[in-house]
Design a protein around this ligand. Structure first.
Ligand SMILES: [Zn+2]
Length: 398
């Protein structure tokens, strides 16, 4: 029996353990042992990543996690082509062929034990990025911040924050995420500040006096009293009030949109027309439209983002020694992915866009050539811009 290392205080795999294939499903290792014994471990194969469908009947997804896949396979004798990170895709082309979002080519033994981590990297990140992009689409130009890190294991906080930022959201909350993404972390006060200082007036006065000057003053106004009461205390104690946040508990919620309208009225009445109203707490796609109509300026969204359904991608061998192969239910042979630059339509082995009749362009970018960098990876800001551009192509989240 193997010993649990004494230094494993947290249950997370290190980068070294992932690179060593220790998070693979063991059947890949056993397969490699067998293939080596019969001298077939270096067979040249091509494989493709596709999905049969998206969670909850979503019509489109955002492909995310590619940068980590490139890092995983760098230095292996593997060539990798993929749609760029942040691409908006449908599971199938207009002709009903599964879209090969990512293609690998190389000796099977070079990447066999990485199938498990490769899929994990793109499945989870794409699920979160897609959810973020859907919320971005529904919330229009209003601000949306990610509050969901606390619902997941802290070791994946950077993954969550990168995926939501790439998906088009405006802000994340952890110092580590901020450092990795090159954006400021957002947030001012939790309920505990009001509790520790004895009430909202004391908390807001301290916030006004001691919070770093460059951070906009946003007061959390639902700790002890009615949202309107605490919002008025905020206007009395914070001269340059940037906004208020309603995190109204579910037991008091009633009609949150009506509460927002009332708070808006009272803030305006007292000359705080510029003070924004933010809402947080169990916000999801369905609750956003009525809150927008009530005048909400921004949203803090937590669990529904970080707990977004994972996208069920699969990696399948489609070519062996240059000959098309495929298991039942899959389309064999390497496919040339093409995309219409005008409307974003994906198709395989077809030069003319089935939707607009225009000329198709290459859909894949080669990122690795036998393990060496073939194209540079874009910055998080550039991927986010791509997502926002792609979202212009779709009329809604549904
Ligand atoms: Zn077209």
């Amino acid at each position: 029996m193997s010993k649990i290392p004494a230094d494993r205080d947290f249950y997370l795999a290190t980068a070294e353990e992932i690179r060593a294939g220790r998070t693979t499903d063991v059947y890949f290792r056993r397969t490699m042992d067998i293939l080596k014994k019969v001298g077939k471990d270096r067979e040249p194969v091509a494989a493709e990543v596709t999905t049969g469908g998206l969670p909850n009947g979503w019509p489109w997804g955002i492909f995310c996690g590619l940068e980590e896949v490139v890092h995983l396979l760098q230095g292996k004798a593997v060539s990798l082509w993929s749609v760029p990170e942040g691409s908006l895709f449908s599971p199938r082309t207009a002709r009903g062929i599964p879209v090969p979002l990512l293609s690998l080519e190389g000796p099977y033994g070079e990447w066999a034990i990485y199938e498990t981590p490769l899929l994990g990297l793109v499945c989870q990140a794409s699920g979160i990025a897609t959810k973020a992009a859907r919320i971005r689409k529904i919330a229009g130009r209003k601000e949306v911040f990610s509050f969901g890190v606390r619902r997941m294991h802290p070791s994946i906080a950077p993954l969550i924050e990168r995926a939501v930022f790439l998906g088009g959201l405006d802000g994340i909350t952890t110092p580590l995420g901020a450092e990795i993404l090159g954006v400021p972390a957002v947030g001012t006060m939790p309920h505990s500040l009001t509790i520790l200082l004895g009430g909202p007036r004391e908390a807001f006065l301290a916030l006004q006096k001691h919070l770093e000057k460059r951070v906009p003053r946003i007061a959390l106004v639902d700790t002890y009293y009615d949202e309107k009461t605490e919002a008025l205390i905020a206007t009395e104690t914070i001269p340059d009030l940037a906004g208020v946040r309603l995190d109204t508990p579910s037991s008091r919620r009633g009609n949150l949109a009506a509460i927002v309208r009332e708070v808006r009225w009272e803030l305006d009445l007292r000359g705080h027309r510029d003070a924004k109203i933010y809402v947080s707490g169990a916000i999801d796609e369905k609750s956003i439209p009525s809150l927008l109509a009530a005048g909400v300026d921004g949203f803090g969204i937590g669990t529904s983002l970080s707990n977004a359904p994972t996208i069920d991608f699969a990696l399948d061998i489609v070519e062996l020694r240059g000959k098309p192969v495929a298991k039942r239910g899959k389309f064999g042979g390497r496919k040339e992915l093409l995309r219409c630059p005008e409307d974003g339509t994906f198709e395989v082995d077809t030069r003319t866009c089935p939707r607009c009749g225009g000329a198709m362009a290459p859909g894949h970018v080669q990122y690795l050539d036998r393990g060496a960098t073939a194209s540079p990876l874009p910055s998080p800001a550039a991927v986010r811009s791509r997502v926002l551009q792609e979202l212009e192509r779709v009329s809604s989240a549904t």
